[in-house]
Design a protein around this ligand. Sequence first.
Ligand SMILES: [Zn+2]
Length: 538
Amino acid sequence: MMIDESQSVFKCRRQRLSQLIIRFHLFIFLIHAYIVNAHSVPLINPCKRLPVSQQEHISNTLEIKMGSFDETFGVINRIDKMWEASQCTLYFIIAFLFVETLLEVYLTMRQIRVYKQSKTVPKELKHVMNDDTFEKARVYGLDKAYYGIFKMILCDIVILQLELCYGFMAIVWASSVEYSANIGLNPKSEIQVGCLFALLLNVIGVLKDMPFKIYSTFVLEEQHGFNKQTAGFFVKDQIKSFLVSQILTIPIAAVFIYIVQIGGQLFFVWLWAFVAVVTLVLITIYPVYIAPLFDKFRPLEDGELKQSIHTLANSLKFPLGQLFVVEGSKRSAHSNAYFTGLFGVKRIVLFDTLLVNKGLPEDDPSLTESDKGKGCKNEEVLAVLAHELGHWKLGHVSKNIVIVQIQMFLIFLAFSQLFTYGPLYEAVGLPIGEKPILLGFIVILMYVLAPYNTLISFAMTVISRRFEYQADAFAQKLGYAKDLGNALVKLQLDNLGFPVYDWMYSAWNHSHPTVLQRLDRLKTYNQESEQTRKPKSQ
Ligand SMILES: [Zn+2]
């Protein structure tokens, strides 16, 4: 009972400080917090999974302490409520994740109907896309959609719900405590056990995901001619990415726990500051030190294209440092371009698949027959870059960083409000009173804030599409409308993208507008600028 009181005081103080803000910003989160808080009672929770011995111990202690019938009755009442609170939390989480997956399955089914019903090439693409390519894209899309539904049902409904019901998180935590003693760590140190817990969760996550990755790469993509990875490259790639992600995440997890332990009431502010700094450092070092571990970068060869890119960058005052070509084709045949670097000098990276003959001379021995002739002409590459530079000029990158930072702050704030609430831990199978910080954070981030995350990710998709249109408009103003249109169509064809989408599916899933939408919008921009030009010339 001591714990309960100190915790409610602790909670109250913090709530005074920030609950107003949280209620204002986290609309969906609030609804859930309300449901959880409605059952907020002291921390004796006869959770279903509580061992019988522990239940007996609690009731014995209560019998000794409680003299009168009224008091005993009051405690039984509380126990009932605690059971409700923990169960309610679990059911809410399960129900929400279930409904969300059903929504995604429903949207994919809508898209499957589109794949099945679309038999002819849209008239905007008739001059570039033949019936054969259209049919290939349709079958590829259909295969991916069926596989997507299978994966969603298996992972997000069956496995996830089983994990929740059987207390997977609690089992991994208990194993971490147990193993930590075996490998010479201190099982009483939350930081050391937390690091082992993070490692175990990551290993299990990778193993769980591996069959899907293998199927997707070597069966699905292979069948449609997209996979360029050999088994050896795949294995090496997976090991490297596992090691890099452990080297990054485990120390971060350790500092995270430490900050919560020593940060006092405002620990969420320090946590946010720490993660913000780490993110900015990672964004800065990633392209220079981490990306080259996975892919081969070579400087773009001197020539007309390089010259024009520099001219374009200079005209926009873009601080272009180096220009690289990345061998994206080893990984997959999907093509792209991007720029990196937060402050000062930036680098532009072009996927070799974006360039005609991968940017190599036509007689280069590494070029296969199927590679030849693919890719964009110089003007089209410039148009793609004009779009990318539009993102920079219009401040989309910094806006995105600010949005992400605000997001993180709100998540840490929510975490600070909820992490002492016992039923959250009991809902995922932990015994009463055990509240590991890292586990609490994962549960709150992944499960409790799931409705909020869904809402935010939808909002981010909407914002991203807006940014894409704005960057297209930017390229159009520089006179690249026609070339950008051609490049979009070419990339679409090279990536075997299907051009027709169900509007609901697209609105939910696509961070970029579809090619047809973008072509249409480019036409509108052209018409608008012609109209504004006409009155001047008259
Ligand atoms: Zn873009």
